[in-house]
Ligand binder design. Structure first.
Ligand SMILES: *[C@@H]1O[C@H](CO)[C@@H](O)[C@H](O)[C@H]1NC(C)=O
Ligand SMILES: *[C@@H]1O[C@H](CO)[C@@H](O)[C@H](O)[C@H]1NC(C)=O
Ligand SMILES: *[C@@H]1O[C@H](CO)[C@@H](O)[C@H](O)[C@H]1NC(C)=O
Ligand SMILES: *[C@@H]1O[C@H](CO)[C@@H](O)[C@H](O)[C@H]1NC(C)=O
Length: 359
């Protein structure tokens, strides 16, 4: 049979399967049976991505199943991309709790765990199942939950001493590139802040700094809301961006640094020490507030760089050899957790998570 004839037969068949599928979906969404597993199925299935639930034609014999028990911040994601996007093979990521008994790993996002653990699994834990604690927020911004000790097997966080460390970005080596030409700039210093807390060091620093240099500040605290669409263009239109973290903790370096780095804007870091930043990015890729005795001296230096283009451009030297990679929250994290449990079969238990994280 020629391929043309094949198409003649297949097309109407596929069309009728599709139409039938639409009717079935519409029917099922209208008549919601009361069984909870069914609600999960409807909630997590996605017509564009049936693997959200499972692919009945696939052989999962040698697959590692990782169940996302609590959808981070309630956000659904395409979950069948470990292999296609991150080159991590043999992983089946699901949010369908019917897979609990079969799951090799179960991921729990700290922010979504109830303090009394009432939304944690009630079923007996299979003997080899790993529970993975995931948290990308700093200890200052995470609720301490006394009951989370002696529960988890692996930690996944921005911290380098986690079992599965996932920083908010990294500089990946690339073939030598042309000299970087920053995007055109019409602002000097910018800051976008969503969480304005007058007690934060960053707010006090900003208040002092803006006495000495003009800062374009955005966010509800300034009555200047920035939409998602305007976020990147705004950052790239500034010579400098205040990459001010909400708190200072070892390795706690977020997209506040990696966004301007990737957009061609020089970050001014406030958070952990310069030395710690230099574990992740070259020392001449950013300015650190601790390099100056006072906000006034920092302002003077930024004004000097504004007049000296050669000196300003020296902050982009790293771009000859590196590109910024930001992880895909949260599926990449779960794919990495899966990869870890495929490679590590040893026993492990986290008995004092509270001490490790908040101690
Ligand atoms: C699934 O794959 C495994 C090997 O990974 C094989 O032993 C098994 O027979 C396969 N099952 C089916 C139904 O094809
Ligand atoms: C199963 O996966 C492991 C990696 O976890 C691999 O080493 C092994 O070859 C696979 N076995 C089969 C039958 O595909
Ligand atoms: C899961 O395993 C437990 C025993 O550990 C059993 O009581 C329960 O019925 C199982 N659930 C499913 C959906 O298979
Ligand atoms: C996982 O941690 C729990 C709680 O500490 C422990 O009971 C369990 O044996 C550990 N399992 C594995 C496979 O490491």
């Amino acid at each position: 049979m020629s391929s043309g004839a094949f198409h003649k037969i297949q097309k109407p068949l596929l069309l009728s399967i599709f139409v039938l599928g639409c009717f079935v979906t519409a029917f099922l969404m209208y008549y919601k049976p009361s069984t909870s597993w069914f609600n999960d199925l409807v909630k997590f299935s996605d017509s564009a991505n049936p693997n959200h639930v499972f692919d009945t034609k696939k052989n999962y014999t040698n697959f590692t199943i990782v169940l996302v028990w609590l959808l981070p911040f309630g956000s659904t994601q395409k979950m069948d991309i470990c292999s296609s996007v991150f080159n991590i093979e043999g992983c089946f990521i699901t949010a369908d709790r019917r897979f609990y008994n079969q799951s090799d790993g179960v991921v729990f996002h700290h922010r979504d765990i109830h303090g009394d653990l009432s939304n944690m699994p009630k079923l007996q834990r299979p003997p080899l199942q790993r529970w993975i604690w995931m948290n990308m927020e700093s200890p200052s911004n995470s609720r301490k939950l006394p009951k989370i000790n002696n529960l988890f097997n692996l930690t996944l966080s921005y911290r380098q001493d986690s079992d599965i460390p996932v920083p908010s970005g990294l500089l990946k080596e690339t073939e030598t590139l042309e000299d970087f030409v920053p995007p055109s700039k019409n602002k000097l210093v910018c800051w976008i802040v969503s969480n304005w807390n007058p007690n934060y060091k960053r707010v006090k620093y900003y208040q002092e700094l803006q006495k000495h240099i003009n800062i374009d500040a955005y966010g509800s605290a300034f009555g200047k809301y920035i939409s998602n669409k305007d976020y990147n263009p705004t950052i790239s239109s500034c010579k400098f961006y205040l990459s001010f973290e909400n708190s200072a903790h070892k390795d706690y370096i977020t997209e506040k640094l990696y966004n301007p780095l990737s957009l061609g804007t020089v970050p001014v870091a406030l958070g952990t020490s310069r030395q710690n930043y230099e574990n992740f990015v070259p020392g001449d890729a950013f300015i650190h507030v601790d390099d100056f005795k006072s906000p006034k001296e920092l302002a003077e230096y930024l004004l000097l760089l504004d007049k000296n283009q050669e000196l300003y451009l020296s902050y982009f030297k790293w771009r000859k050899h590196f590109v910024v990679k930001k992880p895909h929250f949260w599926v990449e994290h779960t794919c990495k957790a899966c990869k870890y449990i495929r490679q590590h079969k040893e026993y492990r238990a986290i008995n004092n998570l509270n001490e490790w994280y908040w101690g």
